[in-house]
Design a protein around this ligand. Structure first.
Ligand code: GAL
Length: 363
């Protein structure tokens, strides 16, 4: 253990200064999002139970409140793509699909607020969303105002159908219009995920969180590819994170079809070491109890939500074994405690992740 401590001292945990300070997302956002599990399912005639609709959101909001997710910290529920109508209204304002959202978005936001949750929505900076619905380009101020009037608390702004220049100009502008509404709205950007050499100084000045990499899919390969991306690029990415501004490795897929129990624990553990937003995308109506338990594990969530907000790093990789470390509270005489994740990626024995906190002084 001595060796571990000595090398620990040499690791830089520095955070970049000059980040967005809108008072929001001081710890990584936690919530639920439609996309990975429910995609762009529009078929409310043949598949009313699973289509993107106000009913789906209302059912999930109820379960988040009643089944312990809200108490565990998941305090936001959000629509992703495919909630919009194909045309704006006569005043040029966005409107939801009238068949799937007959009560309108303000009523849905009200319902969600009544459950004690924040309400999130999806849009896209470009001319169209990734699924082809109207984007915000050319309507930035109107749309920011509309979202504030509707009671939106969190917006994911995607980057399909926009150029590099439009993104570099549009993401900060939309953020400014959101701030001008005076409504506290967490701003989730996809800006760097669409660029080869993102201007992170500008990004952390505008956004509370940002997707850096590929979409997550429901598979272990997808999870390990993402883990590798954050490990391989940690010298660039880790210093960007801090209270109010977070790297986003994408949704938790725990409880769906692609991960075993041990793999699900691994996603939860590494996301927490990474100080990642914990955004579930799972059917809460039929999730198996062991996955619910992972998602609500208070000790792991406490690591993710540690108030220091320092993103952890892959400290050592040796064959199929990886050691991940994250400095956390308590801090004692300038010495952090550490959360440690030991990840076995080999095929011969089950993946095991061990949680522990260490104090440098104790060696
Ligand atoms: C992708 C985005 C996904 C989801 C999808 C919707 O670009 O990364 O998370 O939002 O668009 O069409």
């Amino acid at each position: 253990m001595k060796i571990l401590v000595v090398v620990l001292m040499a690791v830089t945990w520095a955070e970049l200064s000059g980040a967005l300070d809108n008072g929001l997302a001081l710890t990584p956002p936690m919530g639920w999002l439609t996309w990975e599990r429910f995609r762009c399912n529009l078929d409310c005639v043949n598949d009313p139970y699973n289509c993107i609709s106000q009913n789906l959101l209302m059912q999930m909001a109820e379960l988040m409140a009643e089944e312990g997710y809200l108490n565990a910290g998941y305090n936001m529920i959000s629509l992703d793509d495919c909630w919009l109508a194909h045309e704006r209204d006569e005043q040029g304002r966005l409107q939801p699909d009238p068949d799937r959202f007959p009560s309108g978005i303000p009523a849905l936001a009200n319902f969600v607020h009544g459950k004690g949750l924040k309400f999130g929505i999806y849009e896209d900076l470009g001319t169209k969303t990734c699924a082809g619905y109207p984007g915000v380009l050319g309507h930035l101020q109107t749309d920011a105002n509309t979202f504030a009037e509707w009671g939106v608390d969190y917006i994911k702004l995607d980057g399909c159908y926009s150029s590099q220049e439009e993104m570099d100009e549009g993401y900060p502008q939309f953020g400014m219009y959101l701030n001008n509404t005076k409504r506290p709205i967490v701003y989730s950007c996809s800006w760097p995920a669409y660029q080869n050499d993102p201007n992170y100084t500008a990004i952390i000045n505008s956004c509370n969180l940002w997707r850096n990499f590929n979409d997550i899919a429901d598979s272990w390969t997808s999870v390990t590819t993402i883990i590798d991306h954050y490990g391989d690029n940690q010298d660039v990415l880790a210093p960007l994170a801090g209270p109010g501004h977070w790297n986003d490795p994408d949704m938790l897929i725990i409880g769906n079809f692609g991960l075993s129990y041990d793999q699900a624990k691994t996603q939860m553990a590494i996301w927490s070491i990474l100080a990642a937003p914990l955004i579930m995308s799972v059917d809460l109506r039929d999730i198996r109890p062991e996955f619910k338990y992972i998602l609500q594990n208070q000790r792991v969530i406490a690591i993710d939500q540690d108030p220091l907000g320092i993103q952890g790093r892959r400290f050592k990789k040796s064959g199929s074994i990886e050691f991940w470390l994250r400095p956390v509270t308590p801090v004692d005489n300038d010495n952090h405690s550490y959360a440690v994740g030991i990840l076995n990626r080999g095929d011969s024995t089950p993946t095991k992740v061990i949680y522990a906190t260490l104090k440098e002084k104790e060696g």
